[in-house]
Structures are given as C-alpha cells and as structure tokens.
Design a protein around this ligand. Structure first.
Ligand SMILES: *[C@@H]1O[C@H](CO)[C@@H](O)[C@H](O)[C@H]1NC(C)=O
Ligand SMILES: *[C@@H]1O[C@H](CO)[C@@H](O)[C@H](O)[C@H]1NC(C)=O
Length: 384
C-alpha cells in the first residue's frame, strides 16, 4: 500500500472514530419508525387530540403531551392534558394519563410549553386557562412540575400573580433552559397573545421556575386592535438556543405579512428583549400559518412544518448547517397528506445511539390533520 493511501485509510478510520454517528454533512434522514400516540374520536371521554408537545427528560425518557378536547375539535371548550411516557427511546409508550383536567370550563386549558430544567432535573408544563375570555375572566398562566421523570405531577400553580393576568398562550412547543451565557440556567418560555393583542412574548425564570417575570415582546401592529389580512401578527413560536448564546425564535406569520413564510426573531440578552431590528422573513420556509417545530442538535438546526403556502399538508423536515441562514436543498417529506402542528426533541446523553436520532410529534390525518397525533423516530444518517 502506498503511503498516500495509508494516510487516507488512517484518516478515514480516524474520522469514523471521531464522528461515530456520522457528521452534519452526512445527514440523510430516514423514517426509522412511526406510531400513532393518540387517535381522535375513538377513546372514551375525548373527542379530539390536538397540539402535540414532545420533550426529553434529564433521565433520558421521552414525554409526549397533547390537548385532549372532551366535547369537540374546537380550540375553546373543556379539556385534559394527556401524557404518554417512553423509557426506551420511543419504542413503547405508557398508557395515556390525564395529568390535568380543567373540569367543565367553557374556555378551558390550552397548551402550552414543556421545559426541562436540567440543573435540578425537573420537567415543567406551562399552559393557559380562559385564554379567549369566553364566558370567563381573567386568563391565567399555569404550570405543573414533575421531579420524578414524568411519573407524578405537582398541583397546578397560578403564575398570573407574578406575571399579570394578560392572555398568554405558551408555545406550543418547548421552552428552553439556557445552556450558554448570557443567563446560563435561565428558563425561557415564549408564546403568543390573543389575535387582537398578538405578538411573541417570553416569560423568564432565573430560579428554576419558582419566580417568573415578563421578558421580551414583539408586538403585532396595530396592537390591541382588530387585524386585517397582511397585518403584522407574530403568533405561535418555537425558540432554540444557538451556541453563541443567542435565542432564535421561529414564528408563525398569522396574517401572512410580507410573505407566506416564517418569521424569525433573535434575542441576544437571554430573552429580555426581542428587537425588531433582528426580525427577518425566511422565504425558504413557506408556511400556511401554523405552529412549526425547531430543534438544534449537534450544531444543526432542524425545522418541521406543513411546507405549503395554502394548506396544512406535506409535513416536511428541513435542516440547516448555517444556523438557519440557508437550508440544505434536500428536504425530507414525513407525510404528504394533511398535517398540522409539529414539535421535535432529541436525547443528548452523548451516546452513539442518541446522536443518530431526532423525534418528531405531529398532527396527521387522511382527510383532516386533526385525526391523529403521530410520533416519528428519525434516523439522521439514512440508517447507517
Ligand atoms: C390566577 O391569579 C390571578 C391573579 O391573582 C387571578 O386573578 C386568577 O383568578 C387566578 N386564576 C385561577 C384559575 O385561580
Ligand atoms: C412538499 O414539500 C417538498 C419539500 O419542500 C416540496 O418539494 C414539495 O413540492 C411539496 N409538495 C407539496 C404538495 O406541497
């Protein structure tokens, strides 16, 4: 063997050792397995499951949540928060438990954000009651917490005393705990307001969820007034943290201001401000105005949405090796048919296995996107 080819072989072996799961340039996603976690209309007590959330836990489990709408498919109405738990990386799931029951509220609970505090090992779900002020007042921002990997949950706590009583619907998606400075350790949960008082709003906690305060806002225009088509109305959103410590928030463009695509806003101060100067429109991320998924894993930014300007169909996974400045041309179609809200997570133990997968939860159907909630385990390196 020539010296040159020996060096090449050595280099190849080294690269295998150094990047056991494959590297970002080799991403070639493969649907590894998929199962339906919830099916609307077939389980007693629940009419429709919607608004799926997915989270890792500090112990390496997965928790899936959804709104279990008791009487109809509508956003208002009485609901449970449904949860299922997997301790084997999504292969099998616990039966559904209803961790919250809003009783018979006419304008019941809405999800919501799930945020993991890795410093103390807790999982927090933030949700809203009476978001629309429909036969009720005021709106309350609520949280429940699990300190035992999702097995049991605290009594609900009302955060509106600390935050004020304005209508704030978290997420839907996950909140983040800052891993880098500024404000390492801070919990950041972002969400939106009512259609009139819409915008992206973040709430923050620097003491593991004991005390919360209002952070940055990116308000709609005209604020607190009825909107017209094409008005500026930032809505449901998903924050992620980049390695420079900034928070990038991918936002639903409710009234198609400027484009039928996603808006992105970035905070450089740990969520204290969401400067309008940082706002841009990502024309590649065409969108029918929906809650989308975003996730950073090993320096790669992933994005899921129904990639269609008009309809909630064609759930698509994209990825960016440049923090969202550009997207790899090759996208992965997860489901061609009706598909709605989506959210993602991954496990991060550093094990070779955990580097290979991301997990997507999304609304999936044949005729309507609210027929089922599907969990998809995606192998990032084409099964290798
Ligand atoms: C939550 O707290 C606010 C402010 O104290 C209060 O107005 C509201 O009624 C409370 N909500 C619930 C559900 O207890
Ligand atoms: C689905 O998404 C893919 C990837 O972006 C795109 O190439 C395709 O045209 C889309 N199809 C429809 C029907 O929107």
């Amino acid at each position: 063997m020539e010296t040159g080819s020996r060096v090449a072989v050595l280099g190849f072996l080294l690269s295998l050792l150094l990047s056991p799961g494959g590297c970002a340039e080799q991403i070639d996603p493969l649907l590894y397995e998929e199962q339906l976690l919830w099916v609307s209309g077939v389980q007693g007590q629940v009419n429709t499951y919607r608004i799926p959330l997915l989270s890792f836990t500090p112990k390496g489990s997965l928790l899936a949540f959804s709104e279990a709408r008791k009487l109809s498919e509508h956003d208002k109405g009485q609901k449970f928060i449904a949860m299922r738990r997997s301790t084997d990386k999504g292969a099998t799931w616990s039966p559904t438990s209803f961790i919250i029951d809003d009783g018979a509220m006419i304008d019941g609970l809405n999800l919501g954000s799930v945020v993991v505090d890795e410093e103390v090992g807790s999982v927090i779900v933030v949700y809203v009651l009476c978001f629309n002020h429909y036969h009720c007042s005021p709106s309350s921002t609520m949280m429940v917490e699990s300190k035992d990997d999702g097995l049991s949950w605290s009594k609900p706590r009302n955060l509106s005393g600390q935050l004020g009583v304005k209508s704030f619907c978290p997420g839907p998606g996950f909140g983040i705990q800052k891993r880098y400075n500024p404000a390492k350790g801070r919990l950041v949960v972002c969400g939106h307001g009512t259609l009139k008082a819409n915008g992206v709003f973040c709430i923050l906690s620097d003491d593991h969820g004991q005390n919360w305060y209002n952070g940055g806002a990116l308000k709609s225009i005209p604020y607190n007034q009825n909107k017209k088509a094409q008005d500026f109305s930032p809505d449901e959103c998903q924050p992620v943290e980049l390695t420079d410590g900034s928070i990038v928030i991918n936002v639903r463009n409710q009234n198609n201001f400027h484009c039928r695509c996603r808006m992105v806003v970035r905070s450089h101060d740990g969520g204290l401000t969401l400067p309008v100067d940082s706002l841009y429109f990502d024309y590649e991320l065409v969108d029918p105005a929906v809650a989308a998924g975003a996730l950073v894993k090993d320096g790669v930014l992933f994005f899921t949405n129904p990639a269609n300007e008009q309809h909630r169909v064609n759930l698509t996974l994209r990825w960016s090796l440049t923090d969202g400045k550009s997207w790899v041309k090759k996208a992965m179609q997860i489901w061609a048919g009706p598909s709605g809200y989506s959210s993602m997570t991954s496990l991060d133990s550093g094990s070779v296995d955990d580097e290979k997968y991301i997990f997507v939860i999304y609304e999936k159907g044949h005729t309507d996107y609210d027929e089922t909630i599907a969990f998809a385990k995606i192998h990032l390196f084409g099964g290798r």
